[in-house]
Design a protein around this ligand. Structure first.
Ligand SMILES: [Zn+2]
Length: 279
């Protein structure tokens, strides 16, 4: 189920009454089913911003396994076990992460590799595991290895080197970014010196490798021309960045006005999907 209300309210609620015995393999009965982590994480970005309880294409069975485990552990009301990774499921998953000892961004309800495989232990299998990789820097800004690899490939496709203006993991760095750069997967790139055609080429390249990317103009906010991009399926995304990925998939601009996406039409992919398609 979904509700745009109290999106952050769950951060104050950290019940942790679940017995650790639930983690022991085999104690939850036979392990049945397979959850695709790429699809679960994609649904966790797309479903909360939907106005209805629509299921992300192909993700329903995987999400249902996650939701069933959360319900079995007492974190999710059974009525929300529906294959739709909405705000109730996100809140429940955040409580599971808090139970594991995670705090802050690591307990924002977006499944990560360790929390998901721990939840699955003895319950179901997890395939297509994803990780943001090690923390690093690029042009002096903080990033994770996955985002840097994506930027390198987008630069190659665009045929130009980008000038980074803001990286990831930068809480409170820029009030105009509304928290989208607090976690991983976020980047701002300079666009002021580029022609219209060059700007379109850069947005296209960013989208092709799996960024939710937009060209931002001075008329849209208190900022110079730049590209704002969020790496789809980065498990370190902040909640606002997560919601922007959802907006991107729904054809919106990712801004407060919820306007239409005015960027180039590019098939929406993840970095892992791009790598498989180009291998
Ligand atoms: Zn930005």
């Amino acid at each position: 189920m979904t509700s745009r209300l109290n999106r952050r309210g769950f951060l104050t609620a950290v019940p942790c009454a679940v017995a650790v015995t639930a983690l022991a393999p085999g104690t939850a009965g036979a392990s049945t089913g397979t959850a695709d982590m790429e699809l679960v994480v994609l649904a966790a970005q797309l479903d909360p911003v939907k106005a209805d309880t629509g299921i992300t294409t192909g993700a329903g069975a995987s999400v249902r396994l996650v939701e069933t485990a959360l319900a079995d552990l007492g974190y999710l009301a059974r009525q929300y076990v529906d294959g739709h990774f909405g705000t109730s499921t996100r809140s429940a998953y955040a409580r599971w992460q808090a139970h594991l000892g995670y705090t802050g961004l690591a307990a924002n309800g977006l499944p990560g590799r360790t929390s998901l495989t721990t939840l699955a232990s003895g319950r179901f299998q997890v395939t297509r595991l994803i990780t943001p990789g090690a923390r690093t820097t690029y042009q002096g800004f903080p990033f994770n290895a996955r985002t840097v690899a994506m930027l390198h490939e987008a630069e190659r496709l665009a045929g130009r080197r980008f000038v980074v203006e803001q990286g990831s993991y930068s809480p409170g760095n820029d009030p105009t970014s509304a928290g989208t750069h607090d976690g991983g997967g976020a980047v701002d790139i300079d666009a002021e010196a580029l022609t219209t055609a060059q700007r379109t080429a850069v947005v296209t390249a960013l989208r092709r490798v799996g960024f939710a990317a937009w060209l931002r103009s001075p008329s849209q906010g208190q900022w110079p021309w730049h590209f704002h991009a969020i790496a789809v399926n980065d498990t370190d995304l902040s909640t606002p960045a997560q919601d922007q990925v959802g907006d991107y998939y729904l054809g919106r601009n990712g801004l407060a006005d919820n306007g239409p996406d005015n960027g180039p039409k590019v098939p929406k992919v993840t970095w892992e999907g791009y790598l498989r398609a180009t291998a």
